[in-house]
Design a protein around this ligand. Structure first.
Ligand SMILES: C[S@@+](CC[C@H](N)C(=O)[O-])C[C@H]1O[C@@H](n2cnc3c(N)ncnc32)[C@H](O)[C@@H]1O
Length: 194
């Protein structure tokens, strides 16, 4: 396996295991906040033998937006507006380098996306936008399209540097408790649509 397609840590292994478990479901795979595509190529590696499943990647490619009050944390001083700026070409080249099928890349702030920018059905969503509003908006876009048995994984659910991610998950679960099973995997939240 090429070096960059090797699984870098336990958390990423857990993430890819979650993806493996839904491959029989209908619906495409989305990542909200792909940055330079390092996790995206691993998702694509799992999907390689499932050509009917498309991978959609969303990012501002302008870096992080401004924080909300929910994101404030002394630990999170490194995460500022404009940090984590990447380019769609960096992502495209990474996919080419490993001969992975081209993903759909959408350059947009999440709150500028509409229903038609997303696939009609989603089986797996990775929400990795770091901040409260970014995760909240991602939930609003993904949840109506998630198939039964489909999963939403939220990165940084338990990360003291990024408390807004956990607030967004808890708020979503308060409203939709009956519709989802919930568990924690390392620092990630795993929500499974009933
Ligand atoms: C932690 S990085 C993603 C890392 C990537 N998932 C990986 O594992 O390599 C967060 C990304 O989310 C993007 N992002 C955060 N909030 C956003 C928003 N509201 N709209 C669009 N992009 C956003 C940032 O531009 C950044 O690239």
């Amino acid at each position: 396996m090429p070096k960059e397609l090797q699984i870098p840590n336990r958390e990423t292994k857990l993430l890819l295991d979650e993806l493996e478990q839904i491959l029989d479901l209908p619906g495409d795979v989305v990542e909200f906040g792909c940055y330079e595509g390092d996790t995206s190529i691993l998702l694509a590696g799992v999907l390689r033998n499932n050509p009917d499943k498309w991978l959609y990647l969303y990012d501002s490619f302008e870096g992080l937006p401004e924080k909300s009050a929910e994101d404030n944390s002394a630990d999170g001083w490194r995460f500022k507006a404009g940090e984590l700026k990447a380019s769609p070409d960096t992502v495209r080249h990474k996919f080419k380098k490993y001969a992975l099928p081209d993903p759909v890349i959408v350059k947009s702030w999440f709150n500028g996306l509409s229903d038609s920018d997303l696939p009609s059905e989603i089986s797996f969503a990775l929400l990795d936008g770091d901040f409260y509003e970014s995760i909240k908006t991602s939930f609003d876009l993904v949840a109506p399209k998630l198939v039964s048995g489909g999963k939403i994984i939220v990165h940084d659910f338990r990360n003291a540097e990024l408390p807004g991610a956990g607030v967004a998950v808890n708020e979503f679960l308060e409203k939709h408790a009956d519709e989802y099973e919930f568990r924690i995997a390392a620092t990630m939240a795993v929500l499974i649509k009933k």
